[in-house]
Design a protein around this ligand. Sequence first.
Ligand code: ZN
Length: 209
Amino acid sequence: MNLSVIRCEVGFMPTNAYVVRDTESGDSLVVDPGFYDPALTEALQKLGINRLRYILLTHGHYDHILGVRQLKDRYGGDVVIYESEAAFLKDDSLSLVKPFCNGIPMIRAADRPVRDGDRLPFGDGEITVLHTPGHTSGSVCYLLGDLLLTGDTLFCESVGRADLPTGDDHALLRSVRRLAALGGDYKVLPGHMETSTLAYERANNPYLE
Ligand SMILES: [Zn+2]
């Protein structure tokens, strides 16, 4: 694999959506299209992507899923989310989408519900699913090459909030410590704010001590 990655800040939060293309196979994916934003379509164009293999969701909050329907309609791609977290796509009280979804077409079902340890083929490698509950009960991180896509579980020098529906602060701490215990180093690509590395987080993130 030879991965090209563009981070796009989408929507009003803003949220980090990531566009990833394996330049060898042409396999492409988007992580957490929180809004169908020009920044996202420009990144897809820049990487020469016409079709997506996957739309990976780290969890079901509105600011990570509101762009999924429009993205999938235009570019295709299997919608991947942790199996229990698929309930968020149907239940607006879990996704917290209500005040923000005015007229935006919503995705209501996943194509590929996944569990901890599942592997999805991508290029000549694979994407590994890590179930990391805490921010929500069905939050996951995805490992792909040297990328660790952490959603709202792990941020640069911080972690996600655990006070929203299905959140659990003890589970969140266990999850981020599980990430810290992964061997080697990874680029940490979180759902908000700046990117980091796992080595930097092990040394500087107070929640990983
Ligand atoms: Zn969230």
